[in-house]
Design a protein around this ligand. Structure first.
Ligand code: NAD
Length: 260
């Protein structure tokens, strides 16, 4: 087991990529916190892990609200004594041409992706520093941390921003053994992407099949979606890597859509 007794908080873990990361971490022996806006789904996920013999707890957390983030992290520290791994994963998508984005939509996107990453990191770092064990901070970026697409101005902006944040956390955390890295997946068929397919078809005036083949998977090497398991394996690598040798990096897992 690569994460035996490590305490890991995964935001947005009631669905999609975050849920699979939580599943992988539980399998590898971690105590996992399912932190999500959707509390009933988070509780059901944690209960399923416990029923299967794992250790998991659910925490209600809107990552854009400082008091909820701080209360959630405090509850974890009270229950389990610290935090070793933070996966800042919660996210949403809104697609429009830039001139049709309202300021409220722009701010909402930056709040969830960037304020959420900042607030959860700020709440967890002191515990990682104090433990003497160091820790791993993992941001859920995207190919859109490196590349742009039509209709995604705030998402691309926010996902690029996470690379900068990770580099600062890597530098500040280094002396404490805290590493920070970014996972950059290509398209994964989660609810976030299923919702986008008809929206992009409508915005671009093409069929849903063409959105998949000619937009989402056009530049992959094999026309394949990335899977939640692919992303979870990278999250396991970053969480379990034993030294500061791997920090301040982003790793693209996208069937070759973007090559660094
Ligand atoms: P998803 O919709 O399946 O899951 C997102 C989860 O985040 C949900 O459980 C939702 O309740 C939660 N959430 C949303 N807003 C929140 C908030 N303010 N506070 C706390 N929780 C909140 O989506 P997913 O595809 O699994 O996406 C997870 C992450 O992966 C996102 O950051 C997304 O940008 C990123 N990503 C997804 C893809 C993809 O193709 N699916 C590709 C690259 C990156």
């Amino acid at each position: 087991m690569k994460l035996k007794d490590k305490i890991a908080i995964v935001t947005g873990a009631a669905s999609g990529i975050g849920k699979e990361i939580a599943t992988t971490y539980v399998r590898e022996g971690a105590k996992v916190v399912i932190a999500d806006l959707a509390l009933p789904a988070a509780e059901a996920t944690a209960a399923a892990f416990r029923a299967a013999g794992g250790e998991a707890m659910a925490v209600a957390m809107d990552v854009t609200k400082e008091d909820e983030v701080n209360a959630g992290v405090a509850a974890v520290v009270k229950a389990w004594g610290g935090v070793d791994v933070l996966v800042s994963n919660a996210g949403v998508q809104i697609v429009h041409p830039l001139e049709e984005f309202s300021l409220a939509e722009w701010k909402k996107m930056l709040a969830i992706h960037l304020d959420g990453a900042f607030l959860t990191t700020k709440a967890c770092l002191p515990h990682m520093y104090a433990s003497g064990r160091g820790g791993s901070v993992i941001y859920m970026g995207s190919v859109h941390s490196h590349e742009a697409s039509l209709l995604k101005a705030p998402y691309v902006t926010a996902k690029h921003g996470l690379i900068g944040l990770a580099k600062v956390v890597a530098k500040e955390g280094g002396a404490h053994g805290v590493r920070a890295n970014v996972i950059c997946p290509g398209f994964v068929r989660t609810p976030l992407v299923e919702k986008q397919i008809p929206e992009q078809a409508q915005q671009l005036g093409i069929s849903e099949d063409d959105v998949i083949k000619k937009v989402m998977l056009k530049d992959t090497v094999d026309g394949e979606f990335t899977t939640v398991q692919d992303v979870a394996e990278v999250a396991l690598l970053f969480a379990s890597f034993p030294s500061n040798a791997l920090t301040g990096q982003s790793l693209v897992v996208s069937h070759g859509w973007f090559m660094q």
